[in-house]
Design a protein around this ligand. Structure first.
Ligand code: HEM
Length: 177
């Protein structure tokens, strides 16, 4: 337990909430993905928030991928899958890079293409959706835990968590389709 304990020595991030709002959704208006983006209400404000915490979050990402792989290695079939297709070290780097890129707060053709590629790779190695979703939940838990520890303002906490949940939901919609 104690995952949500907040040690008093933890320093709160000094987040620039006056950040410049940038257009994060960069796709032609006719693009079909707008329907999915609109359904869960991802806005440029959400994406700007993600960008605002990226520099604070970066030093903590390795701790998330550590948990991610510890839980994966507990499942024999997944452990074997990694051994026959990659290495822990390589996958850790891949995932760190991937989480970091989510916080660029940009949804464009490259964003979509990368998710299609992830789906393709996971399909090729035979990764079941249930394991992908379980692993994904752990990444999300890790991010929320870090947000909870480092953002003092509860309004900002919630906005941040919602922005993360939305972009990660979109990601799963695309990868699992
Ligand atoms: C490949 C992300 C879950 C095993 C990848 C790639 C990404 C990725 C970005 C690289 C795709 C490319 O080549 O462009 C994720 C995310 C996950 C997830 C975000 C969930 C949070 C899993 C799980 C496993 C797994 C649960 C099971 C062990 C692999 C393997 C590769 C791969 C073996 C090929 C890696 C290689 O080429 O070395 N994944 N993955 N992934 N993933 Fe996942």
């Amino acid at each position: 337990g104690g995952a949500l304990a907040q040690p008093s020595h933890v320093k709160h991030w000094d987040i620039d909430t006056e950040f410049i709002m940038e257009q994060g959704i960069r796709l032609p208006e006719s693009h079909p993905i707008h329907k999915q983006i609109g359904m869960i209400g991802i806005t440029d404000s959400d994406l700007s928030l993600l960008r605002a915490i990226k520099p604070h979050l970066l030093p903590h990402i390795a701790s998330i991928t550590d948990i991610f792989y510890a839980t994966i290695l507990d499942v024999t079939s997944l452990s074997e899958m990694i051994q026959s297709h990659s290495t822990i070290e390589r996958l850790k780097k891949t995932l760190e890079q991937h989480i970091s890129e989510i916080f660029d707060g940009v949804i464009d053709e490259a964003f979509l293409k990368k998710r299609f590629k992830i789906a393709e790779v996971h399909h090729r190695i035979g990764l079941d959706s249930k394991w992908y979703m379980g692993a994904f939940q752990n990444v999300q838990n890790g991010l929320i835990d870090i947000i909870h520890q480092h953002i003092g303002d509860s309004q900002l906490q919630i906005r941040m968590v919602m922005a993360i949940m939305k972009i990660m939901n979109l990601e799963q919609q695309i990868v699992l389709e």
